[in-house]
Design a protein around this ligand. Sequence first.
Ligand code: ATP
Length: 288
Amino acid sequence: MNEITMKARAKINIALDIIGKRTDGYHEIRTIMQTVDLHDKITLKQTDNDKITLITNSNKIPSDSSNLAYKAAEYIKKNYSFKNGLEIKIEKNIPVAAGLAGGSTDCAAVLLGVRKLFNISLSDKKLLEIASSMGADVAYCLTGGTCLAEGIGEKISKIHPFSKMFVVIAKPDIDVSTEWVYKNFDLSVVEKSPDIEKMKIDIEKNNINGICGNLCNVLETVTIREYPIIDDIKRTMLEFGASGALMSGSGPSVFGLYTQKEDCVNTVSCINERFKNVECHITFISNF
Ligand code: ATP
């Protein structure tokens, strides 16, 4: 084997709560994350030289050593000295800087792919440790499926898999910095926090109404105040048959959960009519 192709899937946050701030400035969170099928295609190829190179169809992500996928390969090469060079090809489909963990999922895919391609003896536990050191969402992306993430997002526990639903993801053309969102978060203006324990039970019981009635992301208080289009998109999704709609991560992406694919198609048509430059994807919940 000298080439491997993998799906690096995006995530959405079904619930996101902030429970405190650490002395190092990072926020302690509790969030339920879920993988969706929307993915980047990552191809890893062994080359004859000794270099790592990266090519991508996207002009929105770096193609040098600052790319998280490159960093993953570089780390493994340095610490586990695989022979030969590596070409990383990223076909980007996940909207960038969107609250969908696009960079983290590419990073996790490269960690898994390089281990396989070069037959490196590295335990799952060690790989998870490496993932945690590369970014808060990388450990989750390595695990995938339905998970509760705690700490700064690095403490991952698998929970009962979420039921299969259709998902519309809509990303308005606005730049939202994750750092800015967390900096401007003010607990005193939060009127509703997610009931994570109830959400876990509803997921276990496959209680769609319970789940969709309880969708909650406290970071909406920051991002929607600045960018009301996020709320307008949520309303459009609900108007066109979504069982629930929420902003993902720090935004600006919004997702809607649906039981009928036809409602997804109608939602996307309406979003394209009502709003300018909103990138839409129809996908589904993926538990591999
Ligand atoms: P998260 O949900 O984990 O906060 P995000 O979806 O908000 O992540 P990303 O798509 O990961 O954001 O992009 C964040 C930044 O990371 C961007 O500025 C982007 O240029 C950079 N980046 C580096 N490598 C990648 C990559 N492989 N894919 C996407 N972004 C990358």
